[in-house]
Design a protein around this ligand. Structure first.
Ligand code: GLY
Length: 370
């Protein structure tokens, strides 16, 4: 069970390898990229406890030495402070321009280590070994790297493509069900944004996939990564089409800010709720059939996921407050919000033509159900 998706960016093309057991093959996979048999690994304490020794064993089959830094887990690590820790450590380890840095972890570690790689000695190569479902289907592919600042998430960063991505689907078995399902929010997003047949497949296979079906997991990651690779190849720096990957994210970012980026709402949970709201808004604006938002919600519900604002515990701001938080979104251009809306499942598009009154009505309706 091995799949490869090729990201065909001219001059910086790379493969995303997908399947169970890739950690133990990491030596054979990474060796062809190395100028000397040595890698520097950045991870977090939780992931390192679970997978660092498996990575060490995998690398040792090719006599590759490994030195590792483990950072605290959590979004707070995507910070200036930890970026400095990474850079100082990499320089202490005498990582050279021709060496490879390995990011072993979820989205936080991938984004932080990727950004460190982009600025260390004006850019060194790096390999992503994503260990969360979210990182395997989204953040490890496409080269977006960066950190958060007090002004918001991902506001400082660089496009820096990895040289290889190893998505070992067996490690998904170590995720807590809530984290797995949050990552599944990003998988559903791909079906909703551009592939109705994939959404049909997820409606059928989703429960088996969540229960641990290995082949279904590989297939879900492969199809998600293929779609992302295709979009990134056409629009690496998000001049247009790549923005579709932000379906659900305008609502999501407001909800994450409203819940203080805390455990009350994981990013992927916010994406799922945001996708449902984007379909409600699309239906309200007469862009897509009225049944589509219900179909989206029915699938999220079947999967035991958060579906609506009423599924978020604790207080939320009112609709105006949420609107203000949406105004902080990176997709604001000349003060105008841009939304990803849909003409149906699998048919998303970007638009700046959204009446604020429609957004407020959708939010008020959702808040009233709480
Ligand atoms: N996660 C959205 C993107 O990579 O463009």
């Amino acid at each position: 069970m091995r799949e490869t998706v090729h990201v065909a960016l001219p001059g910086r093309a790379y493969d995303v390898k997908i399947g169970p057991g890739l950690l133990s093959e990491s030596g054979a996979q990474i060796a062809p990229l190395l100028r000397r048999p040595r890698v520097a690994v950045i991870s977090d304490e939780t992931v390192a406890g679970l997978h660092l020794e498996a990575l060490r064993a995998g690398l040792s089959t090719e006599q590759i030495e490994m030195t590792a830094l483990s950072l605290p887990p959590g979004e707070g690590t995507k910070s200036w402070t930890h970026l400095q820790t990474c850079i100082d450590w990499l320089l202490d380890q005498q990582v050279e321009r021709g060496d490879i840095l390995v990011a072993l972890g979820g989205g936080v570690i991938g984004d932080l280590a990727g950004f460190a790689a982009s600025i260390l000695r004006r850019g060194v190569r790096f390999v992503q070994i994503p260990t969360s479902l979210l990182a395997q289907v989204d953040s490890s592919v496409g080269g977006k790297t960066g950190i958060n600042t007090r002004h918001g998430k991902n506001l400082v960063g660089a496009f820096h493509q990895p040289s290889l991505v190893l998505a070992d689907t067996a490690v998904l078995g170590t995720l807590k069900p809530r984290d797995f399902l949050a990552g599944y929010g990003e998988v559903v997003k791909y079906g909703l944004l551009g592939d109705a047949a994939f959404f049909d497949w997820l409606e059928e296979q989703g429960p088996a996939l969540a229960a641990g079906d290995k082949a279904a997991r590989v297939e879900a990651v492969r199809r998600s990564v293929q779609m992302k690779a295709d979009i990134v190849t056409r629009d690496e720096t998000e001049q247009g089409e790549r923005a579709l990957l932000n379906l659900g994210h305008t609502f999501c970012h407001a909800l994450e800010a409203a819940t203080g980026y805390s455990n009350r709402l994981l990013h992927g949970e916010g994406v799922a709720i945001g996708c449902a709201l984007a379909f409600t808004l699309s239906a309200r604006m007469g862009l897509c059939p009225q049944e589509e938002p219900s179909r989206v919600r029915a699938h999220l519900q079947d999967m035991g996921m958060k579906v609506d604002l009423r599924d978020i515990a604790g207080d939320l701001p009112d609709a105006d407050g949420l609107m203000t938080l949406m105004g902080q979104d990176k997709k604001v251009v000349d003060g105008h919000l841009r939304f990803i809306l849909a003409r149906g499942i699998g048919q998303a598009f970007v638009t700046g033509e959204v009446d604020k009154a429609d957004v407020l009505a959708v939010l008020n309706e959702a808040l009233a159900q709480r």
